[in-house]
Design a protein around this ligand. Structure first.
Ligand code: ADP
Ligand code: ASP
Ligand code: MG
Length: 406
C-alpha cells in the first residue's frame, strides 16, 4: 500500500463539476489500494479576486491581514472537496494550516515552511478518513496565518509528502505534464516523459509556472518523487527525477519566458573601483533582488553604463533607492523599460555541448530581434528582449533546437 499526496490546482477545482472530478480521482487512488492525502488550491480566479479586494482597499501588501484574506480561498475548496468525497461515500476531513499545523516563518506573502508535524494527519488516515489540506497557507510563530507566495500550494503538497514520507507526490493540473515550452504559446511543444530536478528548478524559476520554484527545490532536497499530470485525462504525466534516471539527455530540454522583470539603466556612471558595489549594495540592503546585469565602459574609460533587471514588483522600490543615492555615486541619467521579457533555454546537456548560446543568438538575429541583456549559468542561457517578440522568439528557438513535435 502506497501513501500518495495528490495536489489539485485552481483549474482542477474551478467549479463543483471539477470538484466532483477531483473527488473521483481521489476515490480511484483509494480503490487501487493506496492511502491518499490531498492538498488543494483555491478555485481558479478566487485568489486573484481576493488580492484585488486587498489592493483596492489598502496599500499594505503582504501583511498579516492580507494573508488572512487571500488564504481563505483554500479554506473553501478544502471543505467543498471533502463534501464531494462524502457524496461518493469516501470519508474525508478538511484541514486548515493551523489545524495540521503547517508552521512557517513570519514573512507574510512569501512565507517559508519550517515544520509540518504529520501526527494529526496520520491519525486521520488511520481513522479511515482522507485528509484534505488547504494548500498555500501556513501559521507563523505568533499563530497568525501566512501564505507561501503565488502558486504556493505546490510547495504545500511537496512539504506534506516529505513530512509524511509519502511514496509519491502527484500535482494534478490543467496540462498533462511538463512541456518543452508553455504549450499555450508554443503549440508544437512536446510533453517530457522525465525532467531532472535541476532543469525543472531552472524552468520554474525562469517562468514555467507549472510548478512553484520552491516546490521543486524542496522535492530535490527531500528526494520527493514528483509527477505533474492532468486532472482531466488519464495519461501518465511528467516525472521529475535525478539526472542518472535519464538515459538519453537532450542538450536543450526547455524554453521559458518571464514577463516579471523590468530593466533599469544608469547612464554615464562616474567609473571608479567600487561603483558597482555602490549601486547594488543599497539595493540588496533594501531586499531588492537584481537578476541580469550588464556594464559597458565608455572608450574614454571615465564613465560606464550599468544596466540591470529587477522584478516589476520591486521596480518602484528600486527607483526610490537609486534616487536616494548620495555623493557616493554620480550618473547622468536613468532609463527604464518595463516592456521586456526574459527568454531562457535550459538543459543539463549544455554542460557538455558547445554552441548552444551561438544558436540562440543567431536564431534571434535572423528574426531581427535585438538582445538587450544576456546572463548564463551552467545549464541555462537567458536573454532580455522587447516583450512584443515573446511568441516569435519562443517559437523560433523551439524550432531551432529541434524541439518541435513532428
Ligand atoms: P494550477 O492552477 O493547476 O496550479 P498553473 O496555472 O499554476 O496550474 O500551472 C499550469 C500552467 O502552466 C499551464 O496551464 C501552462 O500554461 C503553464 N506552463 C508554463 N510553462 C509550462 C511548461 N513548460 N509545461 C507545462 N505547462 C506550462
Ligand atoms: N491559490 C494560490 C494562488 O493562486 C496558490 C496556488 O494556486 O497554488 O497563487
Ligand atoms: Mg500553480
Amino acid at each position: 500500500m502506497s501513501l500518495v499526496v495528490m495536489k489539485f490546482g485552481g483549474t482542477s477545482v474551478a467549479d463543483l463539476n471539477c470538484m466532483r472530478n477531483a473527488a473521483r480521482r481521489v476515490k480511484a487512488e483509494i480503490d487501487a489500494g493506496n492511502r491518499a492525502v490531498v492538498a488543494v488550491s483555491a478555485m481558479a480566479g478566487v485568489t486573484n479576486k481576493l488580492i484585488g479586494y486587498v489592493s483596492e482597499l489598502s496599500d499594505l501588501h503582504g501583511g498579516c491581514e492580507a494573508d488572512s484574506i487571500i488564504s481563505s480561498g483554500e479554506q473553501i475548496s478544502s471543505g467543498l472537496l471533502a463534501l464531494a468525497l462524502h457524496e461518493i461515500d469516501v470519508p474525508a476531513r478538511s484541514w486548515l494550516a493551523w489545524q495540521v499545523p503547517i508552521e512557517t516563518d513570519g514573512a507574510h506573502g512569501k512565507a517559508r515552511i519550517k515544520n509540518i508535524d504529520p501526527s494529526n494527519l496520520l491519525t486521520c488516515l488511520d481513522g479511515g478518513e482522507v485528509p484534505i489540506v488547504a494548500g498555500f497557507q501556513g501559521i507563523d510563530p505568533r499563530g497568525r496565518l501566512t501564505t507561501l507566495g503565488r502558486g504556493g500550494s505546490d510547495t504545500s503538497a511537496v512539504a506534506l509528502a516529505a513530512a509524511l514520507k509519502a511514496d509519491q507526490c502527484d500535482i494534478y493540473t490543467d496540462v498533462d505534464g511538463v512541456y518543452t515550452s508553455d504549450p499555450r504559446i508554443v503549440t508544437r511543444a512536446q510533453k517530457l516523459e522525465k525532467v531532472t530536478y535541476e532543469e525543472m528548478l531552472e524552468m520554474a524559476s525562469l517562468g514555467a509556472r507549472v510548478l512553484q520554484t520552491r516546490s521543486v527545490e524542496l522535492a530535490m532536497n527531500q528526494a520527493v518523487r514528483l509527477q505533474v499530470r492532468s486532472s482531466f485525462e488519464d495519461s501518465a504525466g511528467t516525472f521529475v527525477v535525478d539526472e542518472d534516471e535519464i538515459v538519453e539527455q537532450q542538450v536543450v530540454s526547455g524554453i521559458t519566458y518571464s514577463r516579471d522583470e523590468a530593466k533599469i539603466t544608469l547612464v554615464g556612471v562616474h567609473d571608479r573601483p567600487g561603483a558597482a558595489a555602490a549601486v547594488f549594495g543599497p539595493l540588496a540592503n533594501a531586499n531588492i533582488n537584481v537578476d541580469m546585469i550588464v556594464q559597458s565602459t565608455a572608450s574614454d574609460g571615465n564613465s560606464t553604463d550599468i544596466t540591470f533587471t529587477v522584478l516589476k514588483t520591486d521596480f518602484e522600490g528600486a527607483l526610490a533607492v537609486i534616487k536616494a543615492f548620495g555623493d557616493d555615486l554620480t550618473f547622468d541619467d536613468i532609463l527604464t523599460d518595463q516592456d521586456v521579457v526574459k527568454v531562457s533555454v535550459i538543459g543539463v546537456g549544455m554542460r557538455s555541448y558547445a554552441g548552444v548560446a551561438q544558436k540562440m543568438f543567431e536564431t534571434l538575429a535572423e528574426k531581427g530581434i535585438n538582445i538587450q541583456v544576456i546572463s548564463t549559468s551552467e545549464i541555462k542561457i537567458s536573454v532580455l528582449i522587447a516583450e512584443e517578440y515573446t511568441e516569435l522568439a519562443l517559437r523560433a528557438l523551439h524550432a531551432a533546437y529541434q524541439l518541435d513535435a513532428p
